[in-house]
Write a protein that binds this ligand. Structure first.
Ligand SMILES: Cc1ncc(COP(=O)(O)O)c(C=O)c1O
Ligand SMILES: [Zn+2]
Length: 424
């Protein structure tokens, strides 16, 4: 097969116009200079960027005048100066779904549709957009990740267009679309025998050794902040209001934790005045350590070995699981674990009622919402947002067995007439 010779990738000159913010420990408060470090040297707690207390925050009108991307909330992203990479990510649609509202018995229901995120069709574009700008700001010339699939797609796509080499590590059993949908961008893609938790442990040892910016390992503090933009968008798209409940699929628990932070930051900035929404998590019952923690009322994750079709959220030892559980309990929310069959049924229900085709993680969101409604956790006045975080074209295998074959006919009107009659 002929191959096309690609020009050698040029490593971009370190951008000295943009600086990553310093970080502090979320547990003990110790402060650290900006660096590709994610763990506190004193107590091993996770690091988070520190925002200058005196920074000027934009008004609603100022935000509205900016380009429709996650960067319209740049004052809440961990940089000084103007990041230049991955500018098109974010500002995905918020879609009203009266039919699902009826089904759940709530007043209103919207889908936050990150199935159409740019450039790689999952919310992981948001975290990578933040992390890749941090990598360049910190002078790193190679990026990477440990991934359950969507993060691999996002890192590969965004590294390719930034001209950065990438090293991407995934479990060896991922869906073909996730593997090919990563490899096509030309990264160094490595399949590791084992589960995500094995891949993650390996990557924790690689970052220092090779000097890479592994977005969800040593850049994790900068990476996680990107997830907040989904929360900012929900508020702005509702006309600067907060819903009363949000349902979120969970793997490491980072997205849910950061949505909680985002809603708090909007209130602190005076951009919204509503109470924080009740936050609800959804996991597959074949990998539900955070749901188990919420149900047990404990403070420590008990790791699990994943066994579910929802591979994108199959993390048995979730890094932010404890923080996610606290955010759910603290807002009056809860967490659901749903079967693989329920996930498949929910993928179909979402498609049939909203025209949105999601992957297994989004199936877990809707199946989780239905399970929570069944438990009586929503009221008739509730205004609910479901976070649909990835695209169904990436997990076709999950539904292929559940959808009937379509008829094949000769190009004859009478054959169509027979079908129309049979369809009633
Ligand atoms: C589509 C999708 N949704 C949700 C998640 C959960 O994200 P988090 O690890 O932030 O909980 C993932 C994680 O990989 C994902 O791929
Ligand atoms: Zn600490």
């Amino acid at each position: 097969m002929p191959t096309i010779e690609l020009p050698k990738r040029a490593v971009p000159a370190p951008a000295n116009t943009v600086r990553a913010l310093p970080q502090h420990c979320k547990v003990c408060g110790a402060e650290f200079e900006a660096a590709p470090e994610a763990i506190c040297g004193s107590c091993l707690g996770p690091l988070e960027p520190m925002y200058p207390a005196t920074r000027r925050l934009p008004s609603r009108a100022e935000i509205a005048s900016r380009a429709p991307s996650m960067w319209r909330y740049r004052e809440w992203l961990p940089f000084e100066g103007t990041p230049t990479l991955s500018q098109d990510t974010g500002f995905t649609p918020l879609v009203d779904s009266p039919r699902l509202a009826d089904k759940l018995g709530v007043a209103r229901l919207w889908i936050k549709n990150d199935a159409v995120s740019h450039p790689s069709l999952s919310f992981k574009d948001r975290v990578v957009a933040s992390a890749i700008n941090a990598a360049v700001a910190l002078g790193l010339d190679t990026v990477g990740c440990a991934s359950t699939g969507n993060l691999a797609n996002a890192v590969a796509a965004q590294a390719a267009r930034a001209g950065l080499p990438a090293w991407i590590f995934i479990p060896d059993n991922l869906e073909q679309a996730k593997v090919l949908g990563t490899a096509v961008y030309g990264p160094n893609l490595v399949r590791v025998r084992g589960h995500y938790d094995d891949v993650n442990r390996l990557c924790a040892m690689l970052a220092d050794r090779f000097g890479w910016g592994i977005v969800n390992v040593n850049l994790r503090g900068y990476y996680g902040e990107g997830s907040k933009t989904m929360g900012f968008e929900i508020a702005e798209q509702l006309g600067w209001r907060l819903p009363t409940a949000v349902v979120v699929p969970m793997a490491g628990g980072s997205l849910l934790t950061k949505l909680h932070k985002a809603f708090g930051e909007l209130r602190d900035a005076g951009l919204v005045t509503d109470e924080a929404p009740r936050l609800y998590g959804a996991q597959a019952s074949g990998c539900s350590p955070i749901t188990t923690l919420v149900e047990s009322g404990g403070e420590t994750i008990v790791p699990q070995v994943p066994n579910t079709i929802a591979k994108s959220i199959a993390i048995g030892n979730p890094a932010d699981g404890v923080f996610a559980a606290r955010a759910m309990r603290g807002t009056g929310g809860w967490s659901a674990a749903v079967s693989d069959d329920a996930i498949v049924a929910a993928i179909r229900l979402l498609a049939e009622t909203t025209g949105i085709f999601t992957e297994t993680a989004g199936g877990a969101t809707l199946a989780g919402a239905l399970a929570l409604a069944e438990q009586g956790r929503f009221g008739k006045d509730d205004e609910v947002v479901l976070c649909i975080t990835g695209n169904g074209l990436k997990t076709l295998d999950a539904i292929s067995g559940s959808i009937a074959d379509s008829p094949i006919i000769s190009p004859k009107v009478r054959e169509v007439a027979a079908l129309v009659e049979a369809a009633g």
